[in-house]
Design a protein around this ligand. Structure first.
Ligand SMILES: NC(=O)c1ccc[n+]([C@@H]2O[C@H](COP(=O)([O-])OP(=O)(O)OC[C@H]3O[C@@H](n4cnc5c(N)ncnc54)[C@H](OP(=O)(O)O)[C@@H]3O)[C@@H](O)[C@H]2O)c1
Length: 214
């Protein structure tokens, strides 16, 4: 697949390296391509461009930018470059406020997630929430003594979710599909829970697992 990754931060780099390792073609998009020159030099095959070129390149697009900038970045990428495409939404609606007792703050509330806001504005885009509930160091083929971790996903388009499920299979995850976009109201706050051991005890290498009797 051609994968367009909107972002230049730790998540964009970690997922880009994973897609490259699994044989996909990758183009990262950023306002400032020069800042990725060193990274590109040590990750051969990765292409660097602006947001709109990266979005146009992808059969699948990954949104990996600061939550408060997500809508602006999608506007800059251009709805015409994203229409009908699966867009993997890794973002969390974090404020810039410091955590209190390890608990981060969101600019959304429990009745409306960031992904629903994006889905409402960009109606033709097939958003799938994924990768938001684990740290970037554990996103690609993580190894845990407790077994295969679970990635919670949601989105309105079944075909897009199937593509994301196949990517998660490659990246070493079990997928738990929580349904339509509204489920992002529950999946986005998992980020807050995931970060608490980090802020309280400097523990950053864990992931969630759903236990069932199936
Ligand atoms: N860090 C993690 O381990 C982790 C784990 C799970 C989920 N997440 C979520 O994944 C997303 C990416 O996280 P990150 O830590 O990799 O990076 P980040 O520092 O949250 O975001 C960096 C990216 O946001 C873009 N950005 C920031 N302000 C902008 C603005 N005003 N206009 C346009 N673009 C702007 C930057 O664009 P330029 O490239 O143009 O500078 C850059 O690509 C976030 O939503 C985060 O909550 C993070």
């Amino acid at each position: 697949m051609n994968v367009g990754i909107l972002g230049s931060g730790a998540v964009a780099k970690a997922l880009a390296a994973g897609f490259l390792r699994h044989g996909h073609a990758v183009m990262l998009g950023t306002r400032t391509p020069s800042k990725l020159a060193d990274w590109a030099a040590s990750n051969s095959g990765a292409r660097i461009a602006g947001f709109s070129e990266s979005a146009g390149f992808g059969d699948v697009v990954v949104l990996a930018v600061k939550g408060s900038a997500a809508a602006d970045v999608l506007r800059a990428a251009g709805a015409e470059h994203l229409a009908e495409k699966p867009v993997i939404d890794t973002t969390n609606p974090l404020t810039d406020a410091p955590p209190s007792n390890g608990v981060l703050r969101f600019f959304t509330d429990l009745d409306e997630s960031l992904m629903e806001r994006l889905q409402r504005e960009f109606g033709e885009v097939r958003f799938v929430k994924a990768f938001n509930s684990v740290g970037n160091a554990c996103m690609v083929n993580p190894q845990f003594e407790g077994g295969t971790p679970t990635m919670f996903i949601c989105g309105n388009d079944e075909a897009a979710k199937q593509i994301v499920r196949e990517i998660l299979d490659q990246f070493g995850w079990e997928t738990a599909d929580m349904g339509k976009a509204e489920a992002a109201r529950a999946i986005e706050p998992l980020c807050i829970l995931w970060c608490i051991p980090g802020f309280l005890r400097n523990e950053w290498t864990h992931a969630f697992k759903l236990l069932t009797n199936r």
